[in-house]
Ligand binder design. Sequence first.
Ligand SMILES: Cc1ncc(COP(=O)(O)O)c(C=O)c1O
Length: 423
Amino acid sequence: MNLTERDKKYVWHPFTQHKTAGDQLEIVKASGVTLFDAGGKEYIDANSSWWVNVHGHGHPHIGKAISEQFNTIDHIVFAGATHPKAVEIAERIVEKTPGNLQKVFFSDNGSTAVEVGLKMAFQYFFNSDKPRRKVVALNGSYHGDTFGAMSVGQRGYFNTPFESFFFDVDYLDFPTESNTQTVLNQANELFSTGEVAALIVEPLVQGAAGMRMYSPEVLDQLTEIARKYGSLVIFDEVMTGFGRTGKLFAMDHCKHKPDIVALSKGLTAGVMAMGVTVASQEIYEGFLSDDKGKAFLHGHSFTANPIACAVACANLDLFEDEKTIQNMKELVIWGEAFKEQLSEMKTVRNARQSGTIVAFEVNTGNEDTYFSDVRERAYAYFLEQGVLLRPLGNTIFVNPPYSISKTEYSHVVRTVIDFLESL
Ligand SMILES: Cc1ncc(COP(=O)(O)O)c(C=O)c1O
């Protein structure tokens, strides 16, 4: 049996209707921004392998960190023990995030980082004997696929079978230039009940909803309203973190900072699975008690895995390197030119950019939907041209590793423009 046949026989893929899905792409090697399939064809990883890969594949500095850490400590229990790389990455994250964020809790991915943030928020109020049971989120949000994370996400197609198990969430309209006052009024009404434990948002860019962008000013106003009524504010920076919006974190664009931040994806350069939830000192202190039941009784077997922590440290080394900063600046400039080009095309609607992300809708004449058939055509065309992009319905977006070269980026741009011209 070849790889595809074995895959079909034994593997269940994410987000895949196996009855109708075609063959999976067989990727047998990755280097820099290039993926190689079994037949030797090359693809530019213009989606950063699901938004995780920030410095390219097989980076030697990351490889060295893995190998050194493996030969030092591969894994230890993190309840009752600690290790140097966990402490180092916690210190460095606290240094790079706003001053109020002081304590780092480790988990395994973006969903668990969000799950931990929500549990912290609920238990913070529970511990203070003033329980709050509600959460406010934005329409169109996506925060992951575990139960808490699904609960605060957009209700609908992706989670219908589970909806009856979800906790109470109210949704604000997604803020646009024309509805700001309505959204702020909705927020005032919801938070003023005093029942809301937390506001949770993907700051500035909603990823899975189709790279929908909104302003730091509106987010600041929402944070202010939540705070006024004693609610906590959670930023899910799983996608936006580590440079996607042009700054290290989306919250760096905001005046008001969150009480809890969830990080993953770019945290480990797209190489190891890890998430962290960073909480304010005040929240942490809400768990200190002589009563052991008030502790945060949550953990995972691989909590603070030393190899993942070492990779996260090496990842930050690269972010501190002038070369990465320069690459990111260039990518933002190339993105601006790409956006301008897109804006002039009749087949394009709402070309937009946030830092290193460029996105737009293909004008289909129909409503925007995740199941738009443009998605399949675009995906196949891009692959044929040696570019891996994952359109969300008729929303096409480009978010490559920051190490992509001008020539590689130009090939991606040319491919997208050629596709649009072929319509
Ligand atoms: C904003 C956001 N939060 C959470 C998640 C879930 O992360 P993971 O897939 O690592 O569980 C994602 C994943 O795409 C995301 O974009």
